[in-house]
Design a protein around this ligand. Structure first.
Ligand SMILES: Nc1ncnc2c1ncn2[C@@H]1O[C@H](COP(=O)(O)OP(=O)(O)O)[C@@H](O)[C@H]1O
Ligand SMILES: [Mg+2]
Length: 273
């Protein structure tokens, strides 16, 4: 795909593949084109050239809700959680938008609605359990720590029955403990048969859980493959040597440290913003 903003080519002939049952991660310095690519795949942005194919069929030109209906569901960096209702109710609300009972069924009440309600209730408990928030089920969502609210967002996305879940910087703003929980959750999703496309700054998170990593720089794919291969790829190390994650310019010493950490395994790479 190719996307231009005025004279700037945000994506230039970018080709990549996210395989079923894989966690595929998109990495790259700020401005590399990650968010733009995500917006194209999820139907929020029409590319100037190229195609997006899902399970063999082009999904180009579909609206975001049509893309979601096909099983490609994304989370947003902006929170989609309703703060004033409980964790359980948040998931129920998300499930209700998927319900099969029509307006007349609901007005009439009766067996179909009761069956549907029982089914959704069971599913809501199940989703809360899957993401590890069962102990928080009755708590008002707004009272949860930020990290747990982000995890609740994943449960809300799961209500839409994704087969490919697109996660947009899910670790942004999380502390170390919360990141560990998120990593475990993403790994669990894969074992539930959900493929994941992850855009993430946190190199340690990405390298730890990805089956495949695609690195963008200046709108082009500069490296792709297994984490161990991409991590030490000279182009990737060079791209990250120059970056300052976020708006704070880092010292050249810090940049060198980032590059060396990346080559050494990424464990100490600072990706905080
Ligand atoms: N709506 C927009 N209008 C103009 N330029 C944009 C817009 N969105 C992104 N860009 C530009 O496209 C490039 C890629 O941006 P983006 O996809 O946000 O990168 P990343 O998510 O990797 O940081 C950058 O040069 C950015 O300034
Ligand atoms: Mg971005």
């Amino acid at each position: 795909m190719t996307v231009r903003f005025g004279g700037v080519a945000a994506l230039s002939d970018v080709t990549f593949e996210a395989q079923t049952d894989h966690i595929t991660s998109l990495i790259g310095p700020n401005g590399a084109g990650k968010t733009t690519l995500f917006n194209v795949v999820s139907g929020f942005l029409r590319p100037h050239g190229g195609d997006v194919r899902y399970e063999g069929t082009s999904i180009l030109g579909l609206r975001p809700h049509q893309v979601a209906a096909r099983g490609l569901v994304r989370t947003f960096q902006k929170t989609s959680v309703f703060p004033a209702v409980t964790v359980f109710e948040n998931v129920m609300i998300a499930l209700h938008t998927q319900g099969t009972a029509g307006v007349w069924d609901i007005l009439r009440g009766g067996a179909k609605v009761r069956d549907e309600e029982a089914r959704l209730t069971a599913r809501a408990h199940e989703l809360v359990e899957i993401v590890g928030l069962a102990y928080r089920e009755g708590d008002v969502a707004g009272s949860l720590p930020y990290g747990e609210q982000r995890i609740l967002e994943v449960a809300i996305a799961l209500a839409a029955r994704p087969r490919l879940l697109l996660l947009d910087e899910p670790a942004a703003g999380l502390n170390t403990g919360e990141r560990e929980e998120l990593i475990a959750l993403i790994a669990r999703l894969r074992s539930e048969g959900i493929s994941v496309l992850l855009v993430e700054h946190d190199m340690r998170l990405v390298m730890g859980i990805s089956d495949r990593v695609v690195c963008l720089d200046h709108g082009r794919v500069i490296a792709e493959g297994a984490p161990a291969v991409v991590r030490v790829h000279p182009e990737v190390v060079r791209a990250y040597l120059g970056i300052s994650d976020g708006d704070e310019p880092s010292s050249s010493d810090q940049r060198t440290a980032n590059g060396q950490a990346l080559a050494a395994g990424g464990d100490t790479l600072t990706a905080e913003r």
